[in-house]
Design a binder for this molecule. Structure first.
Ligand code: FES
Ligand SMILES: [Fe+2]
Length: 349
């Protein structure tokens, strides 16, 4: 099940440097993402119109993306500009055109407009989702890291998992810090403009504090480079937001101490989702803390993965058959309502 006519974040911008090409697996099809030496980005279906070779195995040069089989060269819009085996007096057929997708870059990701029926012209595309707040590249008050992990789960289940805070005390007690399960109802929650948001206070009660030594708070209490730290009684809050089709942002804020996890949940196919994450922290900004931070994100993701891969039915039923949702599933309910509206508008296939 795919949501169409929507923007998807599909790759880290940094994964496709100038002069390179990379394969993208998305909704069961293959694409070639490539960047010309001058920085221009392009996404083409991964099939050469000549004899069907995989363009993502090609080479990027001054003449464009060259197919690995007979060297036909393609430009960013997919048109073939050169057939090396023919001399310049022979014309290039009009059908020598690789299909291209609209693409953009924002918040460190490459985005594509997914419209498999190709009904949209570029003039009528909606703007990219306004994802944030996310630190700007080069902002020295933050340290950032990137990574990815593939789960055997449907994209919708994965998206929901990042908006489902009531699982945290059970799934993440070893990484995220233990929380009292009955204190996780959002103090603010809304769903509009293809986005779902909730804000949750992050208090710890006496019983659950017993666990905090290996949790998030313990990490905050390592202090920043200046050696300051927060008191264990400081209240914090979490902001969780997702944007259709596939991006989530989790921000944990204890005053000036902040951690954000921005994730693109890329639907590889009906049973696989690739999570591309970007981690930002406002403290312990030394690169020396990176391996610790990466280990924490990996552990956090692995904790989710173990459970999310077991969820059945594989694809959640948007009409509520199969799962039994209750009032505390407030954001899951909001997300499914939003997806139902998309389905009823004919945007699912
Ligand atoms: S198959 Fe691509 S150039 Fe021949
Ligand atoms: Fe989780």
């Amino acid at each position: 099940m795919q949501l169409t006519r929507s923007w998807y974040a599909v790759e880290h911008s940094s994964a496709v440097p100038a002069g390179s090409v990379r394969r993208l697996d998305f909704h069961g099809q293959a694409f070639a993402i490539w960047r010309a030496p001058d920085g221009q980005l392009s996404v083409l279906f991964d099939r050469c119109p000549h004899k069907g070779a995989s363009l993502s195995a090609g080479l990027v040069g001054e003449q464009g993306l060259a197919c690995p089989y007979h060297g036909w060269c393609y430009q960013a819009d997919g048109h073939c500009s050169k057939i090396p085996a023919q001399d310049s007096s022979q014309s290039i057929p009009r059908r020598a055109q690789a299909s291209s997708l609209h693409c953009h870059e924002s918040v460190g990701f490459i985005w594509i407009w997914w419209d498999p029926d190709a009904r949209s012209s570029s003039e009528e595309l909606p703007p990219l989702p306004k994802v944030g707040p996310v630190p700007e590249d080069g902002d020295r008050s933050w340290r950032s890291l990137e990574g990815s992990v593939e789960w055997q789960a449907h994209w919708m289940r994965v998206l929901e998992a990042f908006m489902d805070l009531t699982h945290a005390p059970f799934v993440h007690s070893g990484s995220f810090g233990a929380m009292a399960p009955d204190q996780l109802m959002p103090v603010e929650q809304w769903a509009k403009d293809d986005s779902v948001y909730e804000r949750v206070l992050a208090p710890r009660d006496r019983h659950y504090r017993a666990d905090q030594g290996r949790g998030l708070r313990a990490w905050f209490n390592q202090g920043d480079e200046q050696g300051s730290s927060i008191s264990s009684d400081d209240g914090g809050e979490q902001h969780i937001q997702l944007w259709l089709a596939n991006v989530s942002l989790v921000r944990v804020v204890f005053g000036d101490f902040q951690i954000s996890l921005l994730t693109a949940h890329v639907p590889v196919d009906g049973t696989t989702t690739r999570n591309l994450w970007r981690h930002f922290r406002s403290f312990l900004r030394s690169p020396l803390a990176d391996s610790n931070a990466r280990g924490r994100v990996d552990r956090f993701m692995a904790e989710d993965q173990r459970t999310v891969e077991t969820l059945r039915p594989l694809i959640p039923d948007l009409d509520g058959h199969g799962d039994l949702l209750v009032a505390s599933d407030v954001s899951t309910l909001a997300l499914r309502r939003m997806l139902r509206e998309k389905r009823d508008a004919g945007l699912f296939r």
